[in-house]
Write a protein that binds this ligand. Sequence first.
Ligand code: NAD
Ligand code: MG
Length: 398
Amino acid sequence: MNPTPTSRPQRVAILGSTGSIGVSTLDVMARHPERFQVAGLSAWRRIDELAAQCRQWRPRHAVVPTDAAAAQLRALLGPAGVEVRVGERALCEMASDPDVDSVMAAIVGAAGLAPCLAAAHAGKRLLLANKEALVVGGALFVQAVRAGGATMLPIDSEHSAIFQCLPPDAARWPAFIDRIILTASGGPFRTRDPASFAAITPAQAVAHPNWVMGRKISVDSATMMNKALEVIEARWLFDLEPSRIEVVIHPQSIIHSMVVCRDASVLAQLGTPDMRVPIAYGLSFPERIESGASRLDFSAMAGLSFEPPDAARFPGLRLAYEVLSGAEGDSVVLNAANEVAVESFLEGRIGFPQIHAVNVGTLAALAGKGPPPAGLEDLLDLDARSRDVARSHAARLT
Ligand code: NAD
Ligand code: MG
């Protein structure tokens, strides 16, 4: 693993700096100005917020999606010395810039794949929040990390928890791990009558009981597709057979996940549900720094409970295991279908139960059909075809 640079501040590029993870990352970094510098920032919308971040942090680069957004940002910043650049290529260049030590991948969706791969090839410390990129990239992503000599540090709270329970040397993991248990809160509809799921509104679906997050991951938590994506993410991060990845519902979100060791010992990582904890660990690994999160108060804790996921209530979870036992591109199809379905739901074009219908329909049309993706272009091509199929499926449901 690449050592943390200790003699000078760590230079961090944040892809998706205006999102929930991006803002929390800057919050942790602001607590340690001697340790961290912002080397680059990027946003898709909310250019005013990006401008405010640029004024505060003075990064060398800022990346936006369009020329119009670049003009807006330049007008807001004036001659501030920030180089404003446009588009995916600029994101990839920022992620692989020699003046960047660490890349926080906090874009949502498969849109983050290309810059993640660029960071992997360039041997960066890659702080991976963008789970969809790993779900879509799969084996190719892991190969790029290995070939580039990059260090991948999980930011997703469950995967950070598992990583924190494991020995630092990944070569020891196979002999150490019997299985892992990903915890899931069960989201806002864990106890709601499934007969009323058709009436769920986007506002209800994004109101997560324990975590404040971006809209897409909040809907994924409500369907438990988030946990399905996390099963696939764990398969690649920890090189585990899917049969050794379990999911348990733990509504309090205090235990963030567990490792069952070969000797039947169970190791868990606990904490308040605050993403600044895994973010701080990714930034400071292998050390520990103040994250800003409040401490657990065991004397005030009513109890920790566990239940198996209800397959009828959360049918999306099994799709993770189906695609992992299917053809190589099937995870790409599932992820693309789900991104389209969630967007359609958030825009009020389909109902909540139809998210699963779009996912199943798209998989039925495309899973196992094509040759295995051989590179980024193949992945993006399959992603685009899957989105087309998912869109027409969603249109038939409206
Ligand atoms: P968010 O929607 O709050 O922020 C997404 C960021 O990406 C924004 O800065 C946005 O401008 C940018 N972006 C959106 N679409 C883009 C595109 N097409 N191209 C380039 N940039 C784009 O999302 P979030 O909740 O911060 O989640 C980010 C990632 O982290 C997701 O993959 C999510 O699954 C993962 N994650 C989030 C949390 C959380 O607590 N929020 C927890 C675990 C994992
Ligand atoms: Mg998670």
